[in-house]
Design a protein around this ligand. Structure first.
Ligand SMILES: Cc1cc2nc3c(=O)[nH]c(=O)nc-3n(C[C@H](O)[C@H](O)[C@H](O)COP(=O)(O)OP(=O)(O)OC[C@H]3O[C@@H](n4cnc5c(N)ncnc54)[C@H](O)[C@@H]3O)c2cc1C
Length: 298
């Protein structure tokens, strides 16, 4: 059995997990529930699950059984990972370290993880022995590639007490928020869903990017829930993040501060978002965004 059992739940997870395993110089076997894992990421073997992936209450005992002999069972710290991995830790009675962003000492199992909505970092050390972990995909990227892992397939376990009633995909054909190279986010001043779509969606489309939102925008019904960026939403780190009408609360910033270039558009020159912005535009977004869209399209 490999030292590490990695579980890929969403597209793109396998790369992040491979990069983490390379950072701790560990061999890993991969359970591919996402179905897109490449075979050149260095896994000793890949177990691809076929059919519909069940909710976490049925997947957890299945993965726990596979990982009983593994030193580390690891997944990505997104919604699905945060649902699954703690259950596995509970089932196997193992300690868990969540949200790893840096490996400080691979032998002592000392890691860095953000706390207080990303405003501080904690160094955590796991007691000797097996443990369960989640890693931030934005912190582990571009694994070295090579080899050709053997792939086995197995039917996904059947659902238990929880049934998935339905899955609906977000409309619009924009790139996934967590994978997009450009994210344009809007806040409370967008007024309504139609205005949000016209301005934030319009600028996102002009840049080939994804649309994001603050929790205030989501709570006011301006933007759908799955667009929320932040502590209780999605964590993103695109090449370009444009925040329009976003105050820059600690909870929002926790989800986007690792973006490479941050642009803020805000009427208030003292808005906290300007503290972390690389470029700031003190302007009404209702003037600025139509002009930007026109220039980009023109
Ligand atoms: C436990 C907890 C978790 C949370 N999690 C999240 C989270 O994950 N994500 C998140 O975003 N929030 C989260 N929040 C909410 C967070 O605290 C803020 O309330 C929220 O981020 C504010 O959203 P906003 O910037 O859209 O609104 P506001 O704070 O109202 O800011 C609006 C901004 O727009 C500017 N503005 C107004 N009109 C215009 C205009 N015409 N043109 C340009 N600028 C204009 C204003 O100057 C202001 O800076 C959380 C809160 C709690 C308590």
């Amino acid at each position: 059995m490999s030292r590490v059992l990695a579980i890929a739940l969403n597209p793109g997870d396998a790369e992040a997990l491979a990069a983490f395993c390379q950072a701790i110089e560990a061999e890993f076997a991969l359970v591919d529930a996402a179905g897109d894992a490449a075979t050149d990421l260095g896994a000793t073997r890949i177990l691809r699950l076929e059919g519909e992936i069940p909710p976490a209450d049925a997947l957890a005992p299945f993965v726990a059984e596979l990982g009983r002999e593994a030193e580390i069972i690891v997944g990505v710290a997104h919604m699905a990972g945060k649902d699954l991995l703690p259950r596995i830790a509970g089932l196997l009675d193992r300690p868990m370290v969540g949200d790893i962003v840096e490996v400080l000492d691979k032998d002592q199992h000392r890691f860095l993880r953000p706390i207080v909505a990303g405003n501080a970092f904690a160094e955590v050390q796991v007691e000797p022995g097996p443990f369960v972990a989640t890693v931030r995909a934005t912190a582990f990227k571009n694994p070295q590639r090579g080899g050709d892992s053997p792939v086995e397939t197995q039917p996904a376990p059947a659902p238990r007490s929880t049934q998935r009633v339905g899955v609906s995909e977000a409309k619009g054909g924009r790139p996934d928020l967590t994978q997009a190279r450009v994210v344009v986010s809007g806040g409370r001043p967008l007024k309504d869903a139609e205005t949000f779509e016209r301005l934030i969606g319009g600028l996102a489309d002009a840049l080939g990017g994804a649309a994001g939102a603050t929790r205030a925008a989501v709570d006011s019904g301006i933007a759908p829930n799955d667009l929320q960026v932040g502590q209780t939403g999605k964590i993103v780190a695109p090449e370009l993040y444009i925040a329009a009408g976003v105050s820059g609360s600690t909870q929002h910033v926790a989800g986007m501060k690792d973006s490479k270039v941050i642009v803020a558009i805000n009427t208030d020159p003292d808005a906290p978002i300007f503290d972390i912005a690389d470029f700031g535009l003190v302007m009404d977004l209702y003037d600025a965004i139509p002009q930007l869209i026109e220039r980009l399209r023109g």
